[in-house]
Design a protein around this ligand. Sequence first.
Ligand code: NAD
Length: 287
Amino acid sequence: MKIGFIGLGTMGMPMAQCLASGELNISGWDTNSQCRSSFDHCAQSIEQLSEDTDVFITMLPEAKHVLAVVDQLLEHCAHSGCLFIDCSTIDVDSTRQLAERLACHGHGFVDAPVSGGREAAEQGTLSFMLGGKSEDIQRARPLLEIMGSKLVEFGQSGSGQAAKACHNMICGITALGVCESFALADALGLDMERFFELCKGAAAQSWILENRCPVPGPAPDSPASNDYAPGFAARLMAKDLGLAQQAATSTGQKTPFGEAAAARFQEFADKGDGELDFSAIYQTIRG
Ligand code: NAD
């Protein structure tokens, strides 16, 4: 079995490395030459990557990138019966259209967005939210189990992305709550390390708080302690919260906190800080 992995960025690189260390036949591709040179198993072109490949895995920023790459792959992929696994975070409607389009070409499709960040990608402990036909999910499982420790099936195509939109709305709202509370704690003159240690083991604990503490210092490995290098870029947080708002509009469910968080992160990204980790929004809150 040959695997083609497209998108070797913050997340895709460690995920592809996990698969490569499992001694699978894997070939990678990214439009960014720096990413290509950091991965030992890169193809010379996307055409070359498509040759004799059975499973394509995409880990790309947005739906437009996924759709463009799938177009290229369909152009160059000679045989039918391939499996496409999209681990990017994109919208539910584009995902369903993609699944139908691939089915017309005789290919299987699984939407498999992830949670856990770069650390989990490096350790092979990502959580996957899965949508698709059960035979396609069964085919994808052995590969996903190398990259992740938790696989949750939600049903038809697009339902993995639906779960991801709701999941990331929790993360975005929580991030703002953590930032605002740390800003107040700082304004009140509290020691940031002690406050962090308190929250870590108390009712305020969350993954966001522990792994993306927004002030430099208390968590040495956090983006905040490393010039806010992502991590999870603020532009991607803005995008994901926008996807949750798209889903809220399509269902008629009101999500005012999610709406406010989406606007706040979008504003932050539009002002030019989108490449920083999302926890950098703290600086605009503390002032
Ligand atoms: P990233 O921007 O670091 O990486 C994306 C990579 O895709 C880049 O290297 C880029 O050069 C490449 N790319 C873009 N267009 C391409 C094309 N047409 N062909 C080939 N390569 C192309 O993004 P990331 O942080 O790795 O996130 C990827 C996806 O995973 C996003 O949808 C994001 O929302 C989601 N996600 C990210 C995290 C995180 O913590 N970073 C966590 C969960 C989910």
